[in-house]
Design a protein around this ligand. Sequence first.
Ligand code: AFP
Length: 353
Amino acid sequence: MDQPSSGHAELAARSIPAPLVTVQQHILREQRRFAGVSGEFSWLVSGITLATKLIEAKVRRAGLADILGTAGEINVQGEVQQKLDVYANEMLIYALGVRESVAMLASEENEQPLISHGGSPHAKYIVVFDPLDGSSNIDVNVSVGTTFSILRRTAEHLDADATPDEILQAGNRQIAAGYVVYGPSTMLVYSAGNGVHGFTLDPAVGAYVLSHPDIRMPRQGKWYSLNESYLDRTSPAVQRFVETLRHGNDPQLAGRRYGSRYIGSMIADFHRTLLKGGVFLYPANDEYPRGKLRLLYEANPIAFIAEHAGGKASDGRGRVLDIQPDSVHERTPLFVGGEVEMSLFERFMAAER
Ligand code: AFP
């Protein structure tokens, strides 16, 4: 006589396809490995996924804005048209501000950090973000993105309001970080320190589903990515580095001559670098003597993702993640890429010192 089949075997027999793994399921699964972890962290991340879904819906309609009403006017839904980056900022503040675990938010769009649950013993996290990076590209239908970095409060007792200096933590103290790229598809790339995972937004079900588990940055790519118009205004070592990539004339490059790719939207440029390899650089130049990109909510999340995917990120002097910030909106040069390109870069920078 046949043995009764287990539920699992029965499902398999009915050839039901493996269920999708959503970002929430993935986080909960990861957390189960640590004793005593509450659901607060996954609830916090759900604030980011909710806000970025709202942002993506708006970004998708960007080209229709003129049809529905011009800026400053009331559109057909009775809403006043807003700039997309203002909208993106508001969605993140709204979605994260209601999470009790969030003590403080800092955004590229706000001069001062915002306290959300002052004095709550549960409010142990700080979230720093750039709501819509590359927004000057929206008019021409180019990919844009949101970056975020999650820190733990540094105060010993959580029963007092968080103070802005608690945000000033080196990137190596991030407990999770990532970005969402709004491209031909919308994708969340995330790490909580245990690998880098990519989740693609399935518009049919409205959920981010695991599409790129355990992303590894290729050891060597074939493209460098920078705004070349500034090259003659950067340091000689950076110029030599780019020249060498172009000509492939260093034994470390094994004869590979690099091509150039630059979108001017950091997340899109970095996302390509993460998946295909190579190096993205935004050095200091005479217009931006400390670089253009912001340390806390642009360079740090990117560096965190790069390192956890086997790559490296430097400010030209050392590891980006070791920089102690002095202010919330400070800038930094950023050089981020695969093992081969970054070790060549470090050699060139060391020779200049
Ligand atoms: P916007 O958000 O104003 O479009 O700036 C985008 C950005 O901060 C970053 O995403 C790009 O990598 C960088 O600026 C491009 O700067 P350049 O125009 O100087 O190359």
